[in-house]
Each structure stands twice: as C-alpha cells, then as structure tokens.
Write a protein that binds this ligand. Structure first.
Ligand code: NAP
Length: 251
C-alpha cells in the first residue's frame, strides 16, 4: 500500500465527501496531503486527524479556490509544509440544479467561479510547484458534463468546460511529463448530495434503477480511481475522461 510513497498531494475541497475520501486514500498510499477547505475547519481537521492516526502526514489549509489571493496563499502554505507538489486534485465544486428561468448571473458565476476558474487557478499555482520530473492533475468532473439532466444546465456546463480543459492541457503539457485526467462520477452519497436532496429522493431511485451496477456511488469508489490515476500504474494515461458511475453513461 505504497503507491504514492514520497509524493505530495493537494486536494481541494477535502473537508467532506469525495475530496475527504481521496485525501485519506492518498495518505494511506504514502502521500503527504494538503487538505484544503473553504469554511469547514472542523471537518478538515477531522480528515487530518484520521490521516495522522493512521500513521500518515497531512495539514488542513483554508482557501476559497475561486479567489486568486487565497489560492496563492494555499499553495504557499503547501510549499512551506512539504517543499514541493506532485499531485493536484481539483475536487472543490458546487452543484445547483434549477430551472432555466431561475438561473441568475449569481448562480452562473457562483458555479463557474468555483468549478472552472478555481480549477484553472489551482492548476496555474501547481505548475509553479511541480518539480523537474513533472506532475499529475486530476479534475473531479461529473457524468453530468456529458449526460446532462434537466435543470442542470449551468452545472453540466461547468463540468463539460472542465473536461475540455483536461483535454486541452494534456496537449499543452506535451513534453513536460505532466499528466491530467478527469474523473466523471455518477451520483455519489456525500454531505453535498445529501443536503441537495438527491439522496433518498425519487430522482436517486430512478438513477439507481437504470444503473447497471444497481447502486449509488460511495466516495471511496471515486477515491480508488483517483489513487490509480495519481500512481505510476497510470503512467501512460493522460487527457482521459473516466466515468466512475456504475455504468450509467449513455442514459
Ligand atoms: P460536498 O460533499 O458538498 O463537499 C464539497 C467540498 O468542497 C467541501 O470540502 C467544501 O469545503 C469544498 N468547497 C466548496 N466550495 C469551495 C471553495 N470555493 N473553495 C474550496 N473548497 C470549496 O461535495 P461532493 O459531493 O463530495 O462533490 C465533490 C466534487 O465531486 C464536486 O466537484 C462535484 O461537482 C463532484 N461530483 C459530485 C457528485 C455527487 O453526487 N456527490 C457527482 C459527480 C461529481 P467546506 O466544507 O469548507 O465548504
């Protein structure tokens, strides 16, 4: 269980849900982890505590990924703590399902600023910290980006944009040994999907009924694939969009 030994990883939005699971699995595989959060210090501290109790190393660092100065400070703290960076996971994200009539400049910019701009700002900062041997970026996108559902127009557009960034940058990084891939989860049971009302809803039941593997995803389903992409097992994979959704793609 040392697939990420001697690696330093920064996971945005790692105080809850998918990000927290990725941070814990990365640490279990030997990585030193920066656990970023926006406001939930207590939750981020719990993730760090779970990692350290398991013999790993991690720090919690506050920072809103959509704000340039906060992103810069986040990476500065990562550098101070661990000296370098090998892996960035752009996981911080928000989802707001609403009919088109209700979409406002506020809900549009809110989602694009965190899901898309935040990822771009984090990638820019990570490039300054990646060493001569290259780096590894994982964008947590969504199956909603390529199989959009009603009332998810803006959210789906943010994830389609993120996937376009993945493919474009995989080519832009040619010759630099920087790999970049998207993971596209289906519905995953997290604090966010619970508070959005998905978990336990008719919507979830309908999705599960039409999912070949017949269940809602768990954060560890995504984290295990993130470990694979972050590790040398995926050394020949870049610019890919990998669905982790129980087979629901195409519905
Ligand atoms: P979640 O349970 O709501 O947790 C969101 C995390 O992102 C929290 O740690 C939160 O920090 C952080 N965050 C929110 N805004 C931030 C900001 N501006 N700067 C930094 N961190 C911020 O989310 P989740 O369900 O695990 O989803 C994680 C990612 O997976 C998102 O990108 C989402 O779009 C994607 N995804 C989720 C599902 C699903 O069904 N859950 C499906 C497909 C894709 P605080 O706690 O401090 O606010």
């Amino acid at each position: 269980m040392n697939k990420l030994a001697n690696k330093v990883a920064l996971v945005t939005g790692a105080s809850k849900g998918i990000g927290a699971a990725i941070a814990k699995q990365f640490a279990a595989e030997g990585a030193k982890v920066v656990v970023n959060y926006a406001s939930s210090k207590e939750d981020a501290d719990k993730v760090v505590q779970a990692i350290t109790e398991n013999g790993g190393r991690a720090i919690a660092v506050k920072g809103d990924v959509s704000k340039e100065e906060e992103i810069a400070a986040l990476f500065e703290q990562a550098k101070t703590a661990f000296g370098t960076l090998d892996i960035l996971v752009n996981n911080a994200g928000i989802y707001q399902y609403e009919p088109i009539e209700q979409v406002s400049a506020g809900t549009f910019h809110g989602q694009f600023n965190i899901n898309v701009l935040g990822s771009i700002l984090a990638i820019q900062e990570s490039l300054k910290l990646f060493g001569d041997t290259g780096g590894n970026i994982i964008n947590i996108s969504s199956e909603a980006g390529r199989t959009p559902l009603p009332t998810g127009s803006v959210y789906s557009a943010t994830k389609a944009a993120l996937d376009a960034i993945t493919v474009s940058l995989s080519k832009e990084f040619s010759g630099k040994n920087i790999r970049i891939n998207s993971i596209l989860p289906g519905v995953v049971e997290t604090e966010g999907s619970r508070s959005a009302g998905f978990i336990g809803s008719d919507f979830e039941k309908k999705l599960v009924d039409t999912t070949p593997l017949g269940r809602t995803g768990q954060p560890d389903d995504i984290a295990k694939v993130a470990v694979f992409l972050a590790s040398d097992d995926a050394a020949w994979i870049t610019g890919e969009k990998i669905s982790v959704s129980g087979g629901i793609y195409g519905l």
